[in-house]
Design a protein around this ligand. Structure first.
Ligand SMILES: NC(=O)c1ccc[n+]([C@@H]2O[C@H](COP(=O)([O-])OP(=O)(O)OC[C@H]3O[C@@H](n4cnc5c(N)ncnc54)[C@H](O)[C@@H]3O)[C@@H](O)[C@H]2O)c1
Length: 389
């Protein structure tokens, strides 16, 4: 686990310090040319050691339109109607998988089996079983699989981990995390089970979980009591219309969660109290707090999608018997988080380094998400069992 962090630190330094080595160009493809593919494309276009050669999308003509929108000459790209045909016909070094959650696993498994390095958008998968299958393919292939958590590149997020690792908090025993929105259901392919698989729980919940679990070294989750609800998404009063649907249609399509909460026991006796929301009658479900025996850290809540903290953090300690609060100033990362995310993936391929955001960590993130969904369905606490990879 420390491996991934060391790689990330080295990569961020390297990006700041040295020019890109263009002696070997990487052949890159993009699977899924929807909303988030734009952020990947714009990075690949910046890098002189990337040759963007192929794109796939299930919707006919969508990838071609996507290219034109960003000034990419479609004549220079080979287009495919799905990920399988692209992988069968191309010799790629790397792919960005920018599909909706329900096809993450299939695309990642097929890409790894074809010997291609994978940058997979978050959340890892929909279920724990899928994540395990992807990791088995990763192990067999010997290729890099990194999961698209760009907040990892943010200096404030890194500062949380540094504070924990400095020992300033002492032994950690309780964490409250989460965040979300009063109103902010994303519509599109995010609200149907057949495309998204999971709602707010996976979409933005994975970020809150990663923020704290990464800081404390990703201890194994043991048990979970989870709750999910869909009161806002399924109610036309609160759902919004979009380009293709009325508010009523979106409410009828809504088949995932819009709110989730959970109580999770982690190895080492740490309690994780989690809540996340796309919509509710409240501005925030609370800040993230990390309680240690020596001190505590408060991280202001965010809407959980832009990759940074919601404001100055506060460290609560006793100094010579006096209860003291120290503000941690906001740090500037200085580069776009997406640039750092994509560049760290490419550098790992070129320099034979481990994945910047390794599946071995995010497996536990996915196990918690899956555990919450299962526990909510069963209406009781469940034990988290992670199969051998
Ligand atoms: N990292 C971030 O900040 C961030 C932000 C938004 C979304 N995301 C993630 O990115 C993913 C995509 O989100 P989006 O908003 O771009 O979704 P989208 O629905 O706009 O686009 C997904 C595209 O993938 C295509 N697709 C699905 N399966 C395919 C397959 N097998 N082969 C080829 N094409 C396929 C669909 O046709 C669609 O055009 C989601 O998992 C989401 O969680 C990440």
């Amino acid at each position: 686990m420390a491996n991934g962090d060391a790689v990330l630190n080295q990569t961020m330094q390297a990006i700041e310090e040295k020019a890109v080595d263009t002696s070997k160009k990487l052949k890159v493809g993009i699977i899924g040319t929807g909303w988030i593919a734009e952020a990947h494309l714009l990075q690949y276009l910046k890098f002189p050691d990337v040759e963007l050669v192929a794109m796939a999308d299930l919707i006919p003509g969508k990838a071609e339109r996507f290219c034109r929108r960003f000034g990419v000459d479609p004549a220079g790209i080979r287009f495919y109607p799905d990920h399988k045909s692209m992988l069968e016909n191309e010799q790629l070094d790397a792919v960005s998988i920018c599909t909706y959650n329900a096809t993450h696993a299939a695309c990642a498994i097929d890409a790894l089996n074809a010997g291609v390095n994978v940058l997979l958008e978050k959340p890892f998968t929909v279920t724990l079983e899928e994540a395990v299958e992807v990791m088995r393919a990763e192990k067999k292939s010997g290729r890099i699989l990194t999961i698209g958590f760009q907040p990892r590149m943010d200096k404030n997020m890194q500062q949380i981990k540094k504070i924990v690792e400095s020992g300033a908090l002492g032994e950690i025993y309780y964490i409250q995390t989460g965040g979300g929105r009063r109103r902010g259901i994303p519509n599109s392919t995010f609200i149907e089970k057949k495309t998204a698989g999971i709602g707010a729980l996976g979409d933005i919940g994975c970020y809150s979980l990663d923020m704290v679990l990464n800081a404390i070294g990703y201890p194994k989750p043991l048990t979970v009591t989870g709750y999910t609800s869909d009161f806002f998404g399924t109610n036309p009063l609160y759902s919004r219309p979009d380009q293709n649907h009325t508010a009523e249609e979106n409410a009828a399509r809504f088949s995932v969660d819009d709110f989730a909460a959970a109580f999770i026991r982690l190895e080492g006796g740490i309690i994780l109290d989690f809540r996340i929301s796309w919509a509710m009658h409240l501005d925030t479900p609370g800040d993230t707090v990390i309680l240690g025996k020596k001190a505590a850290l408060r991280i202001p809540s965010t809407e959980c999608w832009n990759g940074t903290v919601g404001g100055e953090m506060t460290l609560y300690t006793d100094v010579a018997g006096v209860q003291t609060e120290t503000k941690i100033p906001i740090l500037e990362t200085g580069k776009e988080l997406f640039e750092l995310k994509v560049r760290s993936f490419l550098d790992a391929i070129k320099e034979g380094k481990p994945a910047p955001v390794p599946s071995s960590q995010i497996l536990y993130n996915q196990a918690i998400i899956d555990g919450i969904a299962q526990s909510a369905r069963l209406g009781r606490e469940i034990e988290i069992r992670i199969p051998e990879i």
